[in-house]
Design a protein around this ligand. Structure first.
Ligand SMILES: Nc1ncnc2c1ncn2[C@@H]1O[C@H](COP(=O)(O)OP(=O)(O)OP(=O)(O)O)[C@@H](O)[C@H]1O
Ligand SMILES: [Mg+2]
Length: 311
């Protein structure tokens, strides 16, 4: 169980990430987002393509310099200029698993070497034997065998390659793993295996996950809490149950209504809700966070929230 009465592993406050486009205008990819992730927790970040999910992940791991706002990781503000110690802490204790394992693994390197890279960079062993033992243990943990050490990425299946990606992150013993669409490139039959592996690992290590995905059924399965993102704004957040059983924001409702039901009778009679922010007359920048209940928040003006609650 996640303990919410502790300091979160990650705290994101008013995060803005703007880009200057080629035409000279500003793309507000992330426009003032707040959320926290606790030890042992999986926070699912959902939203349609272009809503800013990857940008948040990349800003949090500091591939970008945030335009505004704060990112607190393990109690350390990492949003500005970082000391050497803080950079080292970030580079080891926060890890990322990518969508396309083939593209993110060096094809010329043996898998064992790929997995060991982080150990080498950060000098996390004293003898060669210790290094080998650490890599073997991680291979085993992700369901691969010691003999896989000597193989190259192209000799693996997609699911196995993603296990290598997980192993590479895991060997650093991270406090936070950012998984950006890490299963969407895999066969559906393999997705559940990888997600279950991630869940087992989390139970063992207590690592927190920022799980970015657009497949809501998988997010529902893995997440403790969910954040719904649209056009760079976090519109609603709460426990998986709060979001799925009591969605408040019309955008959340439309997202949920688009999930196909496994029951054909239900599917046949289902009404998909359409949502258009302009038609709805909603200006996200006017909204503030309203507490609904427990950990359930929705972004809107007082009038909007009152209206949604009465619907
Ligand atoms: N480096 C960049 N320069 C300019 N614009 C960018 C950059 N990165 C992202 N964007 C823009 O920011 C917005 C959010 O992009 P982002 O990749 O974060 O979305 P996403 O939610 O991850 O989408 P997807 O589900 O397709 O992965 C988009 O409009 C995108 O075009
Ligand atoms: Mg993305």
């Amino acid at each position: 169980m996640v303990n919410y009465n502790t300091e979160p592993v990650l705290k994101v406050e008013g995060l803005k990430q703007y880009f200057k486009s080629a035409g000279g205008y500003v793309v507000k990819a992330v426009d003032g987002v707040n959320f926290e992730v606790y030890k042992g927790e999986t926070y699912g970040l959902v939203g349609e393509s272009g809503s800013g999910k990857s940008t948040i992940g990349r800003a949090v791991i500091r591939l970008y310099k945030p335009t505004d706002g704060k990112i607190i990781f393990n109690g350390v503000d990492i949003s500005g200029k970082m000391s050497k110690t803080d950079t080292e802490m970030l580079r080891t204790k926060m890890q990322m698993i990518f969508q396309d394992p083939m593209a993110s693994l060096n094809p010329k390197k043996k898998v064992g070497e790929i997995i060991g890279e982080g150990l080498d960079i950060h000098k996390l062993y004293s003898t060669k034997e210790e290094r080998k033992a650490k890599i073997d243990a991680i291979l085993k943990k992700v369901g691969l065998a010691p003999e896989h050490f000597e193989r190259y990425p192209h000799q693996f299946s997609g699911g196995q390659r993603q296990r290598v990606g997980i192993a590479r992150a895991l060997i650093m013993n991270p406090d936070l793993i950012i998984a950006d669409e890490c299963i969407s490139a895999l066969d559906v039959s393999i997705q559940a295996q990888v997600v279950n592996l991630m869940k087992d690992i989390q139970e063992e290590t207590g690592s927190a996950y920022l799980f970015i995905a657009h497949d809501l059924s998988m997010v529902k399965y893995i997440s403790d809490r969910i954040g719904v993102l649209h056009l760079g704004h976090l519109l609603e957040t709460g426990t998986t149950d709060e979001i799925f059983s009591n969605p408040i924001h019309p955008y959340t409702k439309s997202l949920l209504s688009a999930i196909p039901s496994p029951n054909p009778a239900v599917e046949k009679n289902k009404i998909s809700l359409t949502y258009d922010v302009r038609e709805a007359g909603i200006d996200y920048t006017e909204g503030t966070e309203h507490l609904i209940d427990g950990t359930h928040y929705v972004l809107g003006t007082d009038e909007e929230v009152a209206k949604w609650l009465s619907e």
